[in-house]
Design a protein around this ligand. Sequence first.
Ligand code: GLU
Length: 302
Amino acid sequence: MRKTRSAAFAATVTALLTLTACGGDDASTGAEGEVAQPEVDTSATFEAGTTMAEVQEAGTVTIGTKFDQPGFGLADLEGTPAGFDVEVAEYVAAQMGVSPEDIEWVEAPSARREDLIANGDVDMVVATYTINDKRKERITFAGPYYVAGQQIMVNADNTTITGPEDLAANPDVKICSVTGSTPAENIRQYLASPDQLVTFEVYDDCVSAMQNGQVQALTTDNVILTGYVAENEGEFKLVGEQFTEEPYGIGIEKGNTAFCEFINESLTEMAESGAYEEAWTATAGQYEGTEVPELPELDPCA
Ligand code: GLU
């Protein structure tokens, strides 16, 4: 009798401990799994005057990322973000001798990214940031470290919109995106009139607009939408295929070739060491419908 009771008690304790562990993880970091801390390189030497030398000397680096995108950059209540972008940024910072807790994070909404870099408010931006020529007029990109594609998300019970081609035929449907993002620009060609597009500063506001019926669709990169589908169980679904290519780069000061090359070397090392795959699996890779990517071929630093 005693034996049975204590066995049952042990089982209950184990179950409770397991529940607590899972619950704790989920509550603090959304979809994030266990991510190994990057190994901080304290022995690297950099040429004086380079961004890397300055960062190493300061012992800190300021990085812009998203705060409202599950899987890529989602901030907790203290403003500490988690996600694949955050992992990539932390890896690069570690190569300059900066550990994750010494990074200063700044929220970088889509339309503010070039300004943050050009004004010198951040050292780099890692924020689902598509490399394109217009942005290259003001900043330089390292990477790409990932290639996403634009897609459309609708309410789970919507049968009218099955892809961008259905938007013009349904002029009452409003679609949301974010100011200064590539998807907001690209979707215009599919609309009956410009009024069909509703824009906000951040994607969180588009998700709220979907929930309160102000808009019926949301468009941005597939991997961002996948996060919203997963985090709002049963509410939303993705429709149609990806209809653009969005290569994600790391935005830095225009013309800082040495920093760009250093970041590209760090990305290569991240992939070769397995840290890239590990980072993906623990973050964006937790969501259904995502595949482990390979590091794309890097652009030369011009
Ligand atoms: N990758 C696209 C962009 O850079 C959309 C995602 C975003 O707004 O961050 O504009």
